[in-house]
Design a protein around this ligand. Structure first.
Ligand code: T1G
Length: 690
């Protein structure tokens, strides 16, 4: 293996190039030669300045996550060494400088970047905090408030924003390396002073600590049981209140505590699980060219899907049945972009550029120029088949045809057209331009290159793709039904919507099933139950009373006009008591533990059934679905990972107990779950380990 940190001398300016594909992670075999090179360059009189740059796609994407436990010490030593170098040091940043990569750059006197660079400390997304001095150095450059936002959110900022904040000294056009060498040489000629970031305290001195604490408290309230955001805020505060070395030592203690914890283990697991999910058979096959995307239906789902592709830079043909419906759809899209502009998350220029990618139509013939066409019309089999019949007639050979159905049989739709090999399901989640999850439904006849093309496309539009087989509700909604199956029984036996929802939010969910139902609209589940001849005595009665949730101001909860805040409604509790009396069910005290057992254990159990049927290829795929599509707390890694944390043997034992109590099939432990309980991980039983 050639050294992954090489040195070249450009007229006295030493260029240290890190080359560790695919993302220049600071793996051991990078850190060692990098450290040694910097020592030599520090002491080399022929060197007037040092530039640190990277080969390949990004600048350094951080510490090597596969090595955890080891990197921080050495990275901290490299940064500390950089700060002892008297000659100017410059980090030349292209692509992404993330985590330990940005911390390395913070060890330099100067940072220059190209226009498209992104800089950030995303460690919080791995259940960690920056462990290479980022919590202490970043505030010294950008100020405490900005640093707090960057470290607790983990969201990278653009080169322009970084320059405005003082994180980057210059955004350079043209050949970044050549410009960086020129910059370094000019600095060397200027003679300095070259002040290490650790010695820059002016920005810190400006801090309004009271405002900082209010901001930090607000961020902490949103942590929902995750330790890392709190630790990040605490470490950023230390930078203000403690001397540099004490704050650095505190950062190290916090880092070591988090890296050893279950939450970070879960979030790191999800990081790799998301990438693993994209590794489908045939992924190296030649991909079909996708230049233009067609979307049929400009309603909530169709509009969101069209925006997801436009946001990814794809021209979109949006088809509706009438000009009025089309205008309504396009107006909603424009309004959604305007909201993003008003929130500052999108520039007016970017909005116009994206709107320019839309072409509205009411003529199927216009879809003939599309390489991928996604149907997002009413959830009815006859309607779907009618649409695909028309599509089959106009779509060009080799075009990929996709349905956005959430429940219907994709094989049945595929069988209704002449080219089933070109067809699959692409199940987006609402709002489709925001929700990261995409269930890609592989139908019986879907061609491998079609699957590989769509999995790759999902990554290009920023989606976490999971390939699933055909069954009712695929992975997510099928398990959601299992999670919700006990809800009515729990209500009849004495629990209340707010009590059950509190058990879920205490567990770490953004909201519980009843608040979620009111947000999504109770009429959707009602229509689905009626279509399947199923009933839910309480929920059906609410719907018969027109209580569809937030959209009608009343559902499981009541909502003051204009408010999304759920208010417990005595009318609902009275309805529940009446239904319980009708069914002779006696109310009793039901605790959070029982609620979790009767809702989340069946969720895991259904996951095991799905694995056994091959509807999902890996336990980790199921976790990617639930973490990205259903708000399963990332600090618990997803239902299948959590089952390992919570103890599969106990889950089986409790399922057996509730099966004896109720006789209900959802509690009958799946054979695969029993095997998981014996083996202690999913590895021996199915696919990739937790
Ligand atoms: N360590 C090890 N492997 C990594 C890695 C990393 N930091 N980042 C990516 N990979 C692997 C990834 O698993 C995949 O492998 C391949 O590289 C391509 O990645 C002390 C402690 C940089 C934006 O959190 O966000 O620094 O699947 O598919 O879509 O404070 O990777 O091919 O086998 O994601 O182009 C902080 C993590 C670390 C950034 C590129 N850094 N990486 O996205 O490629 S903690 C991060 C990313 C830290 C210090 C702390 C993205 C990317 P495989 P990919 P991409």
């Amino acid at each position: 293996m050639s050294s992954s940190a090489s040195v070249a001398n450009e007229n006295g300016v030493a260029v240290v190039t890190i080359d560790n594909p695919p993302v220049n992670a600071l793996s051991f075999h990078v850190r060692k030669p990098l450290y040694e090179a910097l020592v030599a360059l520090r002491d080399d009189p022929a060197v007037s300045a040092i530039v640190i740059a990277c080969a390949g796609r990004p600048f350094v994407a951080g510490a090597d996550i596969t090595e955890f436990g080891k990197p921080v010490e050495q990275l901290r030593a490299i940064v500390a060494l950089l700060e002892t170098i008297a000659k100017p040091t410059v980090a030349a940043i292209h692509g992404t400088a993330l985590g330990g990569g940005l911390e390395l750059a913070l060890g330099c006197h100067f940072r220059v970047a190209d226009q498209d660079a992104k800089l950030g400390l995303p460690e919080v997304k791995l259940g960690l905090l920056p462990g290479g001095g980022g919590t202490v150095r970043l505030p010294r450059l950008v100020g405490a408030a900005k640093a707090l936002g960057m470290i607790v959110s983990g969201t990278p900022i653009s080169a322009g924003e970084a320059e405005a904040a003082g994180l980057v000294d210059a955004v350079l056009d043209g050949d970044l390396l050549a410009e960086a060498i020129r910059f370094a040489s000019e600095m060397a000629i200027s003679g300095g002073p070259f002040i290490a970031v650790r010695d820059r305290n002016d920005r810190l001195a400006e801090t309004d600590l009271a405002a900082f604490d209010v901001h930090a408290a607000d961020l902490a309230r949103k942590a929902r049981g995750l330790e890392a955001p709190i630790a990040c805020a605490g470490a950023a505060r230390n930078a203000i209140t403690l001397p540099f070395d004490e704050a650095l030592a505190a950062e190290r203690r916090l880092f070591l505590k988090l890296v050893a914890g279950d939450q970070s283990r879960a979030q790191r697991y999800l990081f790799f699980a998301e990438r693993e999910a994209a590794k489908v058979p045939g992924r190296d096959l030649h991909k079909r060219k996708i230049a233009r995307v067609g979307v049929i239906g400009a309603g909530t789902m169709g509009g969101g899907i069209a925006m997801a592709f436009a946001n990814g830079g794809f021209p979109v043909t949006l088809l509706e049945t009438s000009a009025e419906a089309l205008q309504r759809g396009l107006a909603t899209i424009e309004k959604n972009y305007a909201v993003s502009v008003s929130r500052g998350s999108l520039s007016e220029e970017a909005k116009q550029q994206r709107l320019g990618l839309f072409k509205g139509s009411i003529d199927y013939a216009d879809l003939a120029e599309c390489d991928l066409i996604i149907e997002a019309v009413f959830e009815d089999m006859a309607v779907k088949k009618d649409v695909f019949g028309k599509l089959d007639a106009v779509a060009k050979p080799g075009a990929i045809l996709a349905t956005n159905t959430s429940y219907l049989d994709v094989n049945e739709i595929a069988a209704s057209i002449s080219r089933p090999q070109d067809m699959l399901g692409m199940h987006f989640f609402s709002p489709a331009n925001v929700m990261k999850l995409l269930e890609i439904v592989r139908a019986e006849k879907t061609a491998p290159d079609v699957l590989a093309t769509v999995v790759d496309l999902a990554r290009r539009i920023g989606k976490a793709a999971v390939v699933v087989g055909v069954c009712h509700g695929f992975v997510g909604n099928r398990m959601l039904s299992a999670r919700g199956a006990e809800n009515e029984f729990l209500l009849l036996e004495g629990a209340t919507p707010s009590k059950i929802d509190k058990a879920f939010t205490d567990f770490g969910w953004p909201m519980g099933p009843f608040q979620m139902g009111d947000l999504a609209g109770l009429d959707i589940g009602w229509r689905n139950r009626k279509a399947r001849g199923q009933t839910a005595v309480i929920a059906d009665t609410l719907c018969e009373q027109g209580r569809f949730g937030q959209k009608t101001g009343r559902g499981w909860y009541r909502y003051e006009s204009g408010s999304r805040e759920p208010v417990a409604d005595p009318e609902v509790e009275a309805l529940i008591l009446a239904k319980a009396a009708e069914q002779d069910v006696e109310a009793r005290a039901i605790g959070a533990e029982e609620i979790i057992e009767r809702t989340l254990y069946p969720l895991v159990n259904e996951g095991a059934r799905i694995l056994a049927e091959g509807i999902a290829a890996r336990a980790s795929d199921i976790d990617v679905v639930w973490a990205n599509g259903y708000g399963f707390p990332v600090g618990k890694g997803g239902p299948m990972f959590w089952a390992g944390l919570d103890g599969a043997a106990r889950i089986v034992e409790r399922l057996e107990y509730w099966h004896r109590q109720t006789g209900r099939a959802i509690f009958e432990p799946a054979p695969l779950l029993r095997r998981f309980a014996e083996k202690g991980n999913w590895e021996g039983v199915v696919g990739r380990p937790a």
